[in-house]
Ligand binder design. Sequence first.
Ligand SMILES: NC(=O)c1ccc[n+]([C@@H]2O[C@H](COP(=O)([O-])OP(=O)(O)OC[C@H]3O[C@@H](n4cnc5c(N)ncnc54)[C@H](O)[C@@H]3O)[C@@H](O)[C@H]2O)c1
Length: 534
Amino acid sequence: MALTPEQEQIGKENFADSVNTLMNTEENPTKVTRRDAIKAAAATGAGLGIAYFGYEALAESDRVKVAFIGTGDEGNILLTEHPENYFDVVAIADLRPTNRERAFKGDPNDVRIGLVRKLGADRAKNIKQFASHKELLEHKDELGIEAVVIATPLVSHEPIALDCLEAGLHVLTEKLMARTVTACKNMIRKAKEKNLLLAVGHQRHYSVLYDNANSIVQSGALGDIKYIRAQWHRNNSFPAGDSWRKSVPKADEASLGGKDLSEFKFNDVNQLVNWRLYNSTGGGLMAELGSHQMDAASIFLGKVHPIAVQGYGGKNFYGIKHVGPEDKWDDDREIDDHIYVTFEFPGKNFKENNRDKCVVTYSSMNTNKFEPYGEIVYGSRGTLFMKTEKEAMLWKEDGRGSTGGGPDQRLWIVTGSAGGGGPQLEAYETSSGAAKGASGGPNWADNVSRGYREEMEHFAFSIRNHGPNYWPNGKPRPTAEGGLRCNGVVAMADAIMALTANLAMEHQKRIVFKPEWFDPDSDAAPETDPEIIG
Ligand SMILES: NC(=O)c1ccc[n+]([C@@H]2O[C@H](COP(=O)([O-])OP(=O)(O)OC[C@H]3O[C@@H](n4cnc5c(N)ncnc54)[C@H](O)[C@@H]3O)[C@@H](O)[C@H]2O)c1
């Protein structure tokens, strides 16, 4: 989507004004804090979740004793962002010596700062380190560990989570929840059996920006939503540019080279380091990138389950003669490098009329990054653009009989309209001039929290408040009653979308989703469904 800077600024101001208006209606006085929250988002980007998502800071003596398992790229982001007034980090574990060291020293930049810079050398030196999650669990009692954060490769989420739940620890695991739907169900069942929390790190559930955007969508101001386009396009065609292909560091080779790593689900150290490239250890572009964005699309559609999915995926670039300094790259990767999928979702009146559908397309490629990644919600009255998880823009639709609109037009949102309907978008009399006003408008890009911190804060808060019966009626406590926003059941639905899309591409089929796949008490799963794999 090619927009001028002025149009983007107009879109951002439209969004901010609409959120402020919606949050301050007379019917909605309790949500006034959201206005403060979004202003805080613009100002600081930190600690937004408190009050916003209905949880409170913990007393110092109440901090949860946590261990981090897997301190690679993402584990180090989480260590950097971890809320030190909710978590007392007592241990880390990683198979790779380089990543154990990195947990303390971080990288030479400000993105992953390491525990020493984060907590100070005195506190950091008390944090124990272990060479695997199994070794860590042997010491859980002496260290008083109550919960773990798992940021290991996809294939290991289930076995590590099961070991930790079995040991009586609450679990926050990174997305995708697991490599199969059966594995997701095993995790949910184990957490239920042990009455422990199982949270999954789809951070958009804790992003204030997404929550604000969802308020606009749920208000109905966008009109009929018939299409959402989500994409994450990258260009890894330059030889040094492939962020998913890594060399094995010397220290890791020295420690793990030639060793049998099958007890941890890897053939060898290369597969441990490059797990994203292989089908047995990763889930490809759909699991790594698409699951986040399908999560966002389904949040906007009210978390309904999709009807069907079809798509194309292929290894269209790697290993093929191509433009570049070399004629051909030998490449042993198994995962597709280009994917294009189409989901059908039920519209609000689908039950009465099965033509009422919303289509969501998702694409991810490796050879062109012209557009920044994001999701665009196309409504009959307005368009919402979520850009790179950090910016949100809103424009009104223009058309015959409308009051103006389009990407150059400022708008406001009118609540309690004369027609008795819900909130509506109205164009300002002036257009782009207003958006360039003296205030400069919101400029969030550098400081908006993507939700990691809030996700960990809420996990800790929920641990302290989960009570003896976290699973009333066999289901995790609902969000409205203080339950996790992305619990196992919610996250399994995201996994089902991603993994079924992979099956649709592999088997070249339009697959209809079955309700029993979403039921943790049923053994049915897409990967074992004879209608798909038969
Ligand atoms: N939420 C997000 O935005 C986001 C972003 C990136 C990655 N992720 C997810 O985070 C997870 C990790 O990704 P990454 O990029 O950090 O991978 P990575 O390869 O950089 O790090 C994974 C680490 O886990 C360690 N590990 C594997 N098995 C272990 C075990 N049994 N005990 C202890 N350590 C073990 C590995 O040695 C490695 O250091 C993946 O599930 C990925 O999808 C999430």
